[in-house]
Design a protein around this ligand. Structure first.
Ligand SMILES: Nc1ncnc2c1ncn2[C@@H]1O[C@H](COP(=O)(O)OP(=O)(O)OP(=O)(O)O)[C@@H](O)[C@H]1O
Length: 235
């Protein structure tokens, strides 16, 4: 396994004011794709933001490629190789599809260039001159993912990419992301949609009340309605 792709989180504690949100969160990600599931409000987005330096932590450690990144500026964390697809896509409504991608740019000769993003998502190529505000939810999500890939991340962190999308669009997105993973892209996928999470993540972490309540193979969680009910209240 390439050491560069390895993320190790140890005893991460995050508070909002006096409220203790993330409580001693520890896990690691190698080259196998990992997904995290959990109900609303359990702390998943807070974790993503803490990994990206967007939310300060009170204590703990986040090592990426062997280096401590906790406390680093978000742009430095992205530069060190973590790509981020935030919850809610966070696209700029006044820019076109193509302008988004040009804004990020890409090093010549790297795996992900603007053309490579258009190859992965041909729909984006068709919509290249359309203002992002006029893209469908699925297209906006493709754009958010394409934008993150352009940073040529060694780890891609995605926060609920399936949110608000119709099941057929989610299935299409899962297929596309599986191709990216099959090429060796490391992925940490945060999801409420267990099926989507399990399609991509070989391993699933379950977050309950700011703690990792379980860490198990995706197949095992999919096959166990009792556990789904216990952790997700969905069975
Ligand atoms: N900026 C903030 N200030 C105070 N509390 C917050 C803030 N952001 C989130 N919270 C609270 O922290 C808890 C965890 O929220 P978080 O968004 O991390 O959960 P989540 O698992 O990602 O849920 P969702 O899927 O709904 O986004 C929730 O109780 C939420 O209300």
């Amino acid at each position: 396994m390439s050491d560069e792709a390895r993320l190790t989180v140890e005893n991460l504690n995050v508070y909002y004011d006096r409220v203790h949100i993330l409580q001693d969160v520890s896990f690691s990600i190698g080259t196998e794709p990992v997904a995290m599931v959990g109900r609303n409000g359990m702390g998943k987005t807070t974790l993503a933001k803490a990994l990206l330096g967007l939310q300060p932590a009170r204590s703990g450690s986040v090592r990426f490629g062997g280096r401590e990144i906790l406390g680093s500026q978000p742009y430095k964390i992205v530069k060190s190789g973590i790509g981020y697809v935030p919850q809610g896509r966070r696209i700029w409504p006044s820019l076109s599809t193509h302008e988004h991608l040009v804004m990020v740019g890409a090093k010549a000769g790297s795996r992900w260039t603007i053309d490579a993003v258009y190859d992965l998502f041909p729909r984006l190529a068709e919509r290249r001159d359309v203002g992002a505000a006029n893209l469908s939810g699925g297209e906006q999500q493709m754009l958010a993912i394409g934008r993150a890939l352009l940073t040529n991340p060694s780890l891609l962190v995605m926060d609920e990419p399936s949110e608000g999308l119709a099941p057929a669009i989610v299935e299409h997105l899962a297929e596309t992301l599986r191709m990216v993973v099959a090429e060796g892209q490391s992925v940490f996928l945060i999801e409420q949609n267990l099926r989507f999470a399990a399609e991509l993540g070989h391993h699933i972490l379950v977050m309950v009340n700011g703690r990792i309540a379980a860490d198990l193979p995706a197949r095992e969680l999919l096959a166990d309605e009792e556990k789904q009910n216990l952790y997700l209240g969905v069975a």
